[in-house]
Design a protein around this ligand. Structure first.
Ligand SMILES: Cc1cc2nc3c(=O)[nH]c(=O)nc-3n(C[C@H](O)[C@H](O)[C@H](O)COP(=O)(O)OP(=O)(O)OC[C@H]3O[C@@H](n4cnc5c(N)ncnc54)[C@H](O)[C@@H]3O)c2cc1C
Ligand SMILES: Cc1cc2nc3c(=O)[nH]c(=O)nc-3n(C[C@H](O)[C@H](O)[C@H](O)COP(=O)(O)O)c2cc1C
Length: 575
């Protein structure tokens, strides 16, 4: 393979080399060729290698468990290479440790509208708000996200940029992973290990000042989309209720691969009355061809299926104000209102207008069916129709309105959003479920699943809503689960059936001693439903119950709950 003079140079190079130098050379060549370090060699030699990754800390910030899964795989890969590292969830990470860390490897997702996951908020705020000196620190960031969102992997980018600003040295460029994150995450871990072992203790990416790579986008498999048909849609609330909550059953030809605890992603279509109004205001027939992102669409299709025309962000309003040369207050509003209240004086460039409008982002709905009980060609959703008032007019949230008004027989596209952080424990373990309102959805799934498994673990469900008579979602099913013993205990809180408001956390408090006994006995705790105020109040109540019954102070109770989370016994699916 090699010409004689090169063989000679190589021999000269390796002949007098020390063991450490040989390790360095082998890693260097592996990195140059993009190969993983040969396992035999790395296992044998890496422990003594002065790798930049030795003693590093992997931290992860996750909402649905993907970043944790990647971080755990990452830690195992380092171990295989003989590199010792620690692994911590960001909510368990002591912020004061940052000053002692030599190498920090961050795996973090983006949530909400470009926000950090709840568990990473403290860390995120800490580095953003404090002028830390991190010159001693080497780091790398692996960002998880979804390119359907306008702020793709924003949290990972923010962390990467901020650590760099604070003087830390990037050892590898950030990698932004889309929904099918596994292969990109793997490639990043490979690159990192190869670079670090090849470069030894002084490894610093030559990209410290370079911008994160604009990776060429290879063709990706993307998420699996299923064609579904609505076969049943019923309002679970009775007459007199303030709410509309729809039980929607969707069947598919193809089996849907999901587990209890997962969610369904839906991309809504815009309401046709609103689309007609917009076409009229823009003086379009709907047949015109418009370019948007990577394709051409008929105007009606574009406004119906792609453009996020409801509740425009203020940045869009501001660009529109410049386009039409008008003073428009910096508040969010619907496109139809914007065009009606602030019409252009001259002909509006519709092509330019659509280019500033974002794409409809998918919304998630916890699956309320169980694959074991309902089969693999069917999912059930429990959708609360989001209703609010704008200037005295009743309006609805985009996707919940779309789902609530779908007629039986209508087809729609859906995908499965895995939630690795919200999974039932083994069949013989006890489960405590706290899920008022639509928080019932994953627990209906859990109960059907436990029933179908003939699980021996006990099940305790706390449910809450406004009124017993009109709002007890899935009442007959829950009562039947009680009768058959699938539900060991059911406690309900109907907030408006008496003078004083009663919520699920009050019921938990009333049964505190028994609840604590279940927890000490190994039960897993699950919370589902609205993030604020429900999940915050429920968590506070759990902490207070633990403090009271374990006879410890609040800080210790927080740590106790943290340890339940770390051991996979405390889960939240809140929104
Ligand atoms: C993991 C997960 C699981 C979930 N599970 C469920 C579930 O099982 N069941 C369920 O019902 N929901 C669930 N959700 C919530 C769901 O995804 C949606 O967030 C919810 O249905 C609202 O979406 P929407 O499109 O109807 O409302 P959007 O259109 O997104 O509106 C949301 C809010 O924005 C404001 N807004 C919107 N338009 C205007 C306007 N023109 N003027 C003023 N304000 C406006 C209003 O405050 C409105 O309430 C879940 C969310 C997550 C993340
Ligand atoms: C409610 C919600 C909002 C999200 N917002 C964003 C976003 O703004 N930008 C982004 O890139 N990804 C966004 N995502 C996608 C997640 O980052 C992605 O699913 C990731 O794999 C989740 O990883 P985790 O399980 O570690 O939290 C969002 C996901 C959900 C459920």
């Amino acid at each position: 393979m090699l010409a004689e003079p090169k063989i000679k140079s190589l021999k000269d190079l390796v002949e007098g080399a020390t063991r450490d130098e040989l390790i360095w050379i082998s890693g260097y060549i592996a990195a140059l060729t993009g190969q993983p370090i040969p396992e035999k060699l790395s296992k044998e030699l890496a422990p003594s290698s002065p790798s930049a990754l030795s003693g590093s800390t992997i931290v992860y910030g996750t909402e649905t468990g993907n970043s944790k899964k990647v971080a755990v795989d990452f830690s195992n890969r380092l171990k295989k290479q003989g590199i010792q590292s620690k692994i911590k969830s960001l909510d368990q990470y002591r912020l004061t440790d940052l000053s002692k860390e030599s190498c920090l490897l961050v795996v973090i997702s983006t949530q909400g509208d470009g926000e950090p996951p709840e568990a990473a908020k403290k860390f995120y705020d800490h580095i953003q708000q404090n002028q830390l000196s991190l010159n001693h620190l080497k780091y790398g960031v692996l960002a998880l996200g979804d390119s359907a969102y306008p702020l793709f992997c924003k949290t990972g980018e923010d962390v990467d940029n901020r650590l760099n600003q604070l003087g830390a040295q990037r050892i590898i460029p950030i990698k932004k992973c889309d929904v099918d994150f596994e292969s990109d995450a793997n490639a990043w871990i490979n690159d990192l290990i190869n670079t670090a072992i090849a470069s030894g203790a002084d490894a610093v990416a030559p990209t410290v000042t370079a911008k994160p790579t604009a990776e060429p986008k290879p063709a990706k498999p993307g998420r699996k989309i299923y064609e579904g048909t609505v076969v049943k849609s019923i309002n679970l609330n009775d007459k007199g209720s303030n709410k509309e909550t729809y039980h929607v059953e969707i069947t598919t030809e193809e089996p849907i691969s999901y587990e209890a605890g997962d969610a369904i992603g839906v991309v809504a279509k815009n309401n046709q009355t609103v689309v007609n109004k917009i076409l009229e205001l823009l003086q379009l027939s709907g047949e015109e061809i418009l370019q948007y992102k990577d394709g051409s669409y008929k105007a009606r299709d574009l406004f119906t299926n792609k453009l996020s025309i409801q509740y425009l962000p203020t940045r869009v309003i501001q660009v529109y104000a410049k386009m039409v040369d008008k003073e428009i207050p910096s508040i969010r509003m619907d496109l139809a209102d914007l065009l009606r209240i602030y019409p252009a004086d001259k002909t509006l460039d519709v092509q330019q207008l659509v280019s500033i409008i974002g794409t409809i982002i998918p919304r998630l709905y916890s699956i309320s069916s169980s694959p074991l009980a309902h089969g693999e060609n069917e999912v059930h959703l429990t959708v609360s129709r989001n209703t609010f008032n704008v200037d005295g007019h009743l309006r609805h949230g985009l996707c919940s309105d779309y789902l609530s008004t779908l007629k039986e027989g209508t087809t729609l596209q859906i995908y499965v959003q895995k939630n690795n952080a919200f999974k039932l424990p083994a069949a013989d373990k006890d489960v405590i479920m706290i899920g008022p309102g639509t928080g019932v959805a994953p627990f209906r799934s859990f109960l059907f699943e436990r029933d179908a498994q003939a699980a021996t673990g006990r099940n305790w469900f706390f449910f809450g809503e406004q009124h017993f008579v009109s709002d007890f979602l899935y009442q007959t099913e829950m009562q039947s689960f009680l009768e058959t013993g699938v539900l060991t205990k059911l406690n309900t809180a109907f907030s408006r059936d008496q003078e004083h408001k009663v919520y699920v956390q009050h019921r938990m408090q009333q049964h505190a001693a028994e609840l604590f006994e279940w927890i000490e006995n190994g039960a897993s705790i699950f919370i589902s439903g609205t993030k604020e105020p429900m999940s915050v109040d429920v968590e506070k109540t759990l902490i207070s119950i633990i403090a009271q019954h374990k006879n410890i102070d609040e800080q210790k109770a927080v740590e106790y709950l943290g340890s339940l989370k770390e051991s996979g016994r405390y889960h939240k699916d809140v929104y």
